[in-house]
Unconditional design. Structure first.
Length: 186
């Protein structure tokens, strides 16, 4: 279980998360592989399947974004179908009554071209006007903390919100990792 927070503030995007790995049966350990990482023009944070994240980070080739496509057209029509293909070929999907989903209820927060998105397990993409997204077991606590701590600088705000979630949710543990989207890749 986990908590990942993404925020776009003052035209900068940060994504932060915890380091706990758990199996749902009570076994927990600190995961050495950060749940937040850069890949090409993207910054990702994930909850759910470590395997999906490993495929995304190490095996997935980010597809070309043709300049005639808007960002959303690219994400929905090119990026997501390419991701679905590699996840299926690596047995990291599950079949549901509503179609195919990423394994283990995996969700992603990511930045692309200075926008912040959430990719749900059913491949639905969300971009909200508040520019704050949280996923994982502590998501609602994190959102409340992020709104309450609006007067802190962005990175400190994420860290303090994750500390609050850690205090109130046994599925979230330090160390916390916060990364900033690289403006040079946008």
């Amino acid at each position: 279980m986990t908590c990942i927070i993404g925020i776009k503030h003052n035209n900068e995007i940060y994504i932060g998360g915890d380091s706990l790995a758990s199996d749902g049966n009570g076994f927990c350990s600190i995961y050495n592989e950060p749940k937040v990482f850069h890949k090409d023009k993207f910054l990702f944070g994930y909850s759910g399947s470590f395997r999906v994240a490993q495929i995304l980070k190490y095996n997935f080739d980010i597809p070309y974004h043709h300049p005639d496509l808007s960002d959303m057209q690219y994400l929905v029509g090119v990026f997501i179908p390419s991701l679905q293909i590699i996840l299926e070929s690596n047995n990291s999907v599950k079949n549901t009554d509503n179609g195919q989903e990423m394994a283990d209820d995996c969700r992603l927060i990511f930045s692309y071209n200075n926008s912040l998105y959430c990719l749900h397990s059913d491949y639905q993409i969300e971009e909200n006007e508040d520019n704050i997204i949280s996923i994982g077991m502590g998501d609602t606590i994190a959102l409340g903390a992020m709104y309450a701590l609006h007067d802190k600088n962005t990175e400190a705000r994420i860290i303090r919100s994750l500390e609050i979630v850690e205090k109130l949710n046994s599925s979230v543990r330090a160390p916390f990792i916060v990364l900033k989207a690289s403006l040079t890749n946008i």
